[in-house]
Design a protein around this ligand. Structure first.
Ligand code: UD1
Length: 416
């Protein structure tokens, strides 16, 4: 069955290790296409999005071998520039392959990418920016073709910050002729990881970690072994679980340095946190009001990926709170499901008002996208009775095994 069963109402207690970052792994896997030879990517999470990315790489001619958490990718046989529609359709990150494949093959034909339905998620900015680098693009209703006889550097003054566009341009620029400037570049830690991977392979990138990246094209990159950093969103998920259900948990390897806005919000809600280089100790539960709106923003602001998880935490806090979503216009899809559990939440435009004064009761709810699905599981841990979250496949896109991790933290939860 494609569901999770949760026996709610118990405090959490235990320890779990944070898996490697999904949003860092995917562009790094795409980036291996820029390197002739075999790269080893360590600490890649065992999740369905990574599986789909590896399938895409195989369909292009890569040889992929996975042993435990090490993935070896040999790109010597890459000969294809058409991507299978089924994998492109399920995963937004397939767009990452556009920049990389253009650099490698000079030509790409693909369907428009899929991913979580959390907003319009167009790719107009990707295409517009790549055109500036010498790419000719023909757009059809369902698929598009991109061709570049010679990729050249360009100055990109972007209208807004986009994680995906920044990554795609980095991938297109690293082997292009001349210099590329990306401004404002997204500063998410996953972009820094991509840059570190490329620099370790011989790429020339300066301004890493700032909103202005300068990439000087090089002729060749060399095979490397690279370790993917821990997933700050997964760490934030278990943090939210403890805020909802209460208890004392240790999140081994949680990248606390990348979680400032999240930790600050958790503390305002009443969580007691002890960050350290080894991880994050979380004690207590959400019991205080936020005072100010929780506003999602690009990094280092509060991540949109944790918005629904903290909505669940506010719903259990006994206090009222407001969330303003500024990144994706359709990221309140969890609300009707939380209402089924008895929550009191009103949505107006990009703002959700949560009245945290009700007990929540478990029932059958439906995951509609990755993070919202995880948030429903987290809410069910704290709600009374037995709950079912259906459509587990959305959750599997980003969590290695949400039932195992939460059982490590003392939850009563099983696949259903
Ligand atoms: C990435 C993350 C996702 C995260 C998001 C924001 C990955 C695999 N996914 O998604 O988990 O929630 O960053 O932190 O890393 N936009 C356009 N035109 C474009 C591109 C984007 O209008 O061509 C808009 C989007 O609709 C959205 C905003 O820009 O409203 C930001 O999106 P973007 O930063 O590109 O997110 P993703 O890269 O899709």
């Amino acid at each position: 069955m494609d569901a999770v069963r949760i026996y709610g109402g118990n405090c959490l207690s235990g320890q779990t290790k944070i898996q490697g970052s999904k949003n860092a792994s995917l562009p790094i896997l795409a980036a291996t296409l820029l390197i002739d030879g075999t790269c080893e990517i360590v600490n890649c999470p065992d999740i369905s999005d990574v599986y789909h990315m590896l399938r895409l790489l195989e369909s292009l001619g890569c040889r992929v071998c996975r042993r435990a958490d090490v993935i070896r990718i040999d790109t010597c046989g890459v000969a294809e520039c058409d991507m299978p529609a089924d994998s492109v359709g399920v995963m937004r990150s397939s767009i990452m392959l556009l920049g990389a494949l253009l650099a490698r093959m000079g030509e790409v034909a693909m369907e428009y990418p899929g991913g979580c339905v959390i907003g319009k998620r167009p790719i107009d900015l990707h295409l517009q920016a790549l055109r500036r680098m010498g790419v000719e693009i023909t757009e059809g209703p369902e698929e598009f073709c991109a061709r570049a006889w010679r990729l050249h550097g360009a100055v990109h003054e972007l209208p807004f910050v986009s994680v995906g566009v920044t990554e795609n341009l980095i991938l297109a620029a690293v082997l292009a002729e001349g210099e590329t400037v990306i401004h404002p570049a997204a500063r998410e830690p996953e972009i820094q990881a991509l840059c570190e991977f490329l620099v370790s392979a011989g790429g020339k990138i300066s301004g890493v970690g700032t909103d202005r990246l300068v990439i000087r094209g090089v002729k060749k990159l060399y095979p490397v072994r690279f370790c993917v950093p821990a997933d700050r969103i997964v760490a934030g998920t278990w943090l939210a679980a403890c805020l909802c259900a209460g208890g004392r948990v240790f999140l081994e390897d949680a990248p606390c340095g990348q979680m400032e806005s999240v930790l600050a919000c958790a503390e305002k809600l009443g969580g007691r946190l002890s960050p350290s280089p080894e991880g994050l100790l979380v004690e207590g539960r959400a019991c205080k009001g936020l005072k100010k709106d929780l506003v999602t923003a690009v990094y280092p602001g509060f991540p949109t990926d944790l918005q629904s998880l903290f909505m669940a935490a506010i719903a259990f806090s006994g206090q009222d709170g407001r969330i303003v979503e500024t990144v994706f216009e359709n990221r309140f899809r969890i609300v009707p499901e939380l209402l089924k559990m008895g929550a009191d939440i009103r949505v107006q435009g990009n703002c959700a008002c949560i009245r945290g004064n009700r007990p929540l009761c478990n029932t059958i709810v439906e995951a509609k996208e990755l993070r919202g699905g995880a948030a429903l599981v987290v809410a069910a841990l704290a709600a009374e009775g037995t709950g079912i979250v259906t459509n587990r496949h959305y959750i599997d896109r980003g969590y290695e095994d949400i039932t195992r991790s939460l059982r490590d933290l003392g939850a009563e939860i099983e696949l259903a």
